[in-house]
Design a protein around this ligand. Structure first.
Ligand code: FES
Ligand code: FES
Length: 157
């Protein structure tokens, strides 16, 4: 067992978990933050993506112990009260989802893309989304949403 101390969505968290516990299981099972999904459990689909110290990571591929001392943000931590994060609003407006299963991971990755690329072009968005799979295969609107979200994020600065 190990005591893990981290900040999750701006709240300090301390939790005693088995050494092999994955970050996704701490978030979902211990903290009841079920926005990050488990799609594959083999680090392929990106449905479990969260931000660790500002970078998008697949939380099924990280031990909770590796997040000790880190700042974690999940999709639940993006909105400010009733106001959606600009990228969430863009996914809503551009219909960037079908069943929605992949959407939390897509949004967390999309924000990371914009943080690194500013206003990415379509080719960059498609290349950067390589690690996020959508089983509904609605990539066209997802790409549009990321590009629109980038503009919204810039306008919100
Ligand atoms: S559940 Fe983590 S990448 Fe698929
Ligand atoms: S919207 Fe259904 S998996 Fe992507």
């Amino acid at each position: 067992m190990a005591i893990i101390a981290m900040t999750v969505n701006d709240k300090p968290v301390e939790i005693d978990v088995a050494d092999r516990t994955l970050l996704i299981h701490v978030l979902r099972d211990h903290l009841r933050l079920t926005g990050a999904h488990v799609g594959c459990d083999t680090s392929q689909c990106g449905a479990c993506t969260v931000h660790l110290d500002g970078r998008a990571v697949k939380s099924c591929s990280i031990l909770a112990a590796q997040a000790n001392g880190a700042k974690i943000v999940t999709v639940e931590g993006l909105a400010q009260g009733e106001t959606l994060h600009p990228m969430q609003a863009a996914f809503h407006e551009e219909h960037g989802l079908q069943c929605g299963f992949c959407t939390p991971g897509m949004i967390m990755t999309a924000i990371d893309i914009v943080n690194r690329h500013g206003r990415p072009d379509e080719a960059t968005v498609r290349a950067e989304l390589e690690g996020n799979l959508c089983r509904c295969t609605g990539y066209h609107n997802i790409v549009k949403a990321v590009i629109a979200g980038a503009a919204k994020m810039e306008a919100a600065q």
